[in-house]
Design a protein around this ligand. Structure first.
Ligand code: BES
Ligand code: MN
Ligand code: ZN
Length: 492
């Protein structure tokens, strides 16, 4: 569920958020109010511990009963796009102090920002931060749930602000789609229901094909099918096409791992934290949400999204460690560990994508390895790439939207550890170290030398604590990053 956002020219309000820079310097609209209120705001600031830092807030009531919520802006010299979004996020938190769940914001005229961009980004940050997944609570009172319903942002230029906000609202729709499907439990999101959710993008103008088991068998996708064979739920393979660019121009392609639940299969996982493996479809969730974002804002680019959807379960029909399967590429794979299943799904998804679409490049997203979480924690996602320009563009897009990447080496030396004694390749490395890299080297064997990058989002797909513009839970990490990659490099 998300809140309502509105824009208005400056007027009065019962609950009003105002900005304060670090060291309690007041930007212009706040100064104006301080004068009207005969220094009530500046006097209150002097008596409090509030220092104008990001995420600080202070409520002050005027004698007439208006609630002023002072919101920290951080340093006046450090105002930029990301800071505006973060301030917006803090507003979504500060406004929980509004009894009606509604409030207005009068923050503009900040150093280094254009008003319309600043206000649109504040609204965007508030929107992203306010989203909650509360549908399964049946006994909590409204007070125990997130109570903010509507925020009105005052702006000196209504039309320009609304124009700036429109594409941001579209991206937020994509983010919310992803967060929703990633939050849903494994009994609700199975391959069939996730494919159905993807099909709702038809109304946004996205072309969708859903391949059945039979069609996958015909294509020779036995790597993907082998993962699915222990589950009672049929696998699905979803191909999405957004054609917003020039006719006949080669598309760019995004590929997602969609394991709707990863029990580990016969190489079963320990029970501690196994419930987290409902988000093992986050790569697919991000790719579908990204397609929704691009279509909603009518991106001027040809983009393909491909997701392989399976459930990894142990059963009498499940794949065994030691099994050998033939992938769509023709390469045979020895399945050493049935818990290294994501790479088996992606092997066929990547091969299919390059063969059918001959894309300019492919970027895959996957909650691929636990080693990634050990390595980078939840601050950055791992980047593995065969193409320098692509990795440069990905790193830059990540910096701009605050979804940070870190690039790993891809030396050939890592590749030899995945040679099998009885097949072309094995799905886990013979050595113990570098598990995220050897997983990436495995994927690379299925890219047919097309420019490619892999994002291991195992550590960032789910947040165990609130972030500056995302409540804890599913983050949709990657939607905003890849949307920006497309906008900055492929829409000119
Ligand atoms: N889905 C997991 C990786 C994962 C772990 C994602 C923690 C998010 C949080 C993946 O399928 C997996 O099980 N990988 C194994 C690979 C190993 C068997 C080579 C792992 O990392 O332990
Ligand atoms: Mn696994
Ligand atoms: Zn997995």
């Amino acid at each position: 569920m998300s809140i309502k956002i509105a824009f208005e020219e400056p007027t009065s309000a019962n609950v009003l958020c105002l900005g304060v820079y670090e060291e309690n310097k007041l930007p212009e609209p706040t100064q104006k109010w301080d004068k009207t209120l005969k220094s009530l705001l500046s006097e209150s600031l002097k008596k409090s511990r509030f220092k104008g830092k990001l995420n600080q807030s202070l409520s002050v009531f005027s004698p007439e009963g208006t609630q002023f919520i002072l919101v920290g802006l951080g340093k006046s010299s450090e105002q930029n796009e990301m800071q505006s979004i973060k301030i917006g996020g803090s507003i979504a938190g500060a406004l929980t102090a509004s009894p009606s769940g509604e409030g207005a914001v009068e923050i503009y005229n900040l150093k280094g920002c254009k008003d319309e961009e600043l206000v649109a980004n504040l609204a965007y940050g508030a929107l992203l931060k306010s989203w909650r997944f509360e549908k399964y609570f049946t006994t909590k009172t409204p007070d125990e749930l997130y109570n903010v319903k509507k925020i009105t942002f005052m702006t000196p230029d209504l039309a320009a602000t609304e124009k700036c906000f429109k594409p941001l609202a579209a991206i937020a729709e994509g983010v919310f789609f992803t967060r929703t499907v990633v939050s849903e439990p494994g009994n609700v999101i199975i391959p069939e229901t996730l494919a159905k959710a993807a099909e709702t993008l038809k109304k946004d103008g996205v072309k969708i094909d859903v391949l059945s088991t039979k069609e996958m068998q015909k294509l020779g996708m036995d790597a993907l099918l082998g993962v699915a064979q222990g589950s009672v739920h049929e696998p699905k393979f979803v191909v999405m096409q957004w054609e917003g660019g020039a006719k006949n121009e080669a598309p760019i392609a995004f590929v997602g791992k969609g394991v709707t639940f990863d029990s580990g299969g016969i190489s079963i996982k320990p029970s501690a934290n196994m419930e987290e493996m409902k988000y093992d479809m986050a790569g697919a969730g991000v790719v579908i949400g990204l397609m929704k974002a691009l279509a909603s804002r009518k991106a001027k680019a040809n983009v393909v999204g491909v997701v392989g959807l399976v459930e990894n379960m142990p059963s009498g029909s499940a794949q065994r460690p030691g099994d050998v399967v033939k992938s769509m590429s023709g390469q045979t794979i020895e399945v050493i560990n049935t818990d290294a299943e994501g790479r088996l799904v992606l092997a066929d998804a990547l091969w299919y994508t390059q063969e059918r679409f001959k894309p300019k490049f492919m970027v895959d997203l996957a909650t691929l390895t636990g080693a990634m979480v050990i390595c980078l924690g939840s601050e950055r996602a791992g980047l593995f790439s065969s193409d320098e320009k692509l990795s440069k563009n990905l790193l830059a897009a990540g910096e701009k939207v605050g979804e940070l990447l870190w690039e790993f080496p891809m030396d050939e030396a890592y590749d030899k550890d995945i040679n099998s004694d009885i097949a072309d390749v094995r799905n886990t490395s013979t050595g113990r170290g570098g598990g995220s890299i050897t997983a990436a080297k495995f994927l690379q064997r299925f890219t047919n030398k097309f420019p490619w990058a892999h994002l291991d989002i195992a550590g960032v797909a789910w947040a165990s604590k609130d972030l500056s513009f995302c409540a804890k839970g599913a983050t949709a990490f990657g939607v905003r990053l890849l949307d920006r990659l497309v906008a900055d490099n492929y829409e000119k």
